[in-house]
Design a protein around this ligand. Structure first.
Ligand code: BG6
Ligand code: MG
Length: 224
């Protein structure tokens, strides 16, 4: 294996390719309000990158209500949230691709660097379609096929395997702590986009997706 040679970039979706994280928040907020459980944007940070059912558990814990409902009731709650979330997703257009993403994807393509999407969201294919981004990626992970959500490395490992690339030759891009932990655990170089306090363990933190630039990342990767 050639070390320090960048061969692939694996992207999270929610909060990296588009700001769908705000719709997740709105949908969970609707449910939490209905249940009378406190829920705000700060607590919502804990949910980023976390699977749907685990997110529900975290919300219920915040209201000391985790033992109040049967598994069947919990599945119904998560389904209700998802139905509302899916309605919100219809607002997404190609204009909602975050700044710098198109340019960065073009740079990667021109340089022959492979790309994948590693999102634990079951709605990822629909969102990528709405954004008209699906054509850019060499591989899109299927959340249903990945046993453990982030912070476990499974989804990033699956992306590398399906791209035919060693994790050590990959960069992973994330906006949340659970995702950065998953990238690190997979043995990839982690790049966080967003606020530093939310991604302490990232190898490199950029203030926004607009700062994703291949030349700079390649240099950083070779030094890492
Ligand atoms: C992640 C989001 O990408 O997907 C989480 O950051 C979300 O907030 C998870 O819970 C699962 O998404 P979905 O669309 O399958 O409920
Ligand atoms: Mg995210």
């Amino acid at each position: 294996m050639e070390k320090n040679n960048l061969k692939a970039v694996v992207f999270d979706l929610d909060g990296v390719l588009t700001d769908s994280a705000k719709y997740h928040y709105q949908a969970w907020k609707m449910l939490a309000d209905k249940l009378g459980i406190p829920f705000d944007e700060e607590y919502n940070e804990k949910l980023k990158g976390v699977s749907r059912m685990e997110s529900l558990e975290l919300i219920l814990q915040n209201g000391n209500a985790q033992d109040k409902y049967t598994q069947e009731e919990k599945v119904a709650m998560a389904t209700e949230k998802n139905e509302f979330y899916k309605q919100l997703l219809h607002q997404i257009t190609p204009e909602d691709v975050l700044p710098g993403i198109h340019d960065f994807l073009e740079q990667l393509k021109a340089a022959g660097i492979k790309t994948a999407v590693a999102s634990v969201s079951h709605n990822a294919p629909f969102i990528l379609e709405r954004l008209e981004l699906d054509k850019y990626f060499d591989y899109i992970c299927d959340a249903a096929q990945v046993p453990r959500a982030k912070p476990f490395p499974d989804i990033f490992l699956s992306a590398a395997q399906n791209l035919g690339v060693e994790p050590a030759n990959c960069i992973g891009v994330e906006d949340a702590q659970a995702g950065i932990q998953a990238i690190n655990a997979a043995g990839m170089m982690s790049v966080g986009v967003g606020i530093k306090s939310q991604m302490q363990e990232a190898k490199l933190i950029l203030p926004s997706t607009a700062k994703l630039e291949l030349g700079m990342l390649k240099e950083y990767f070779q030094l890492a």
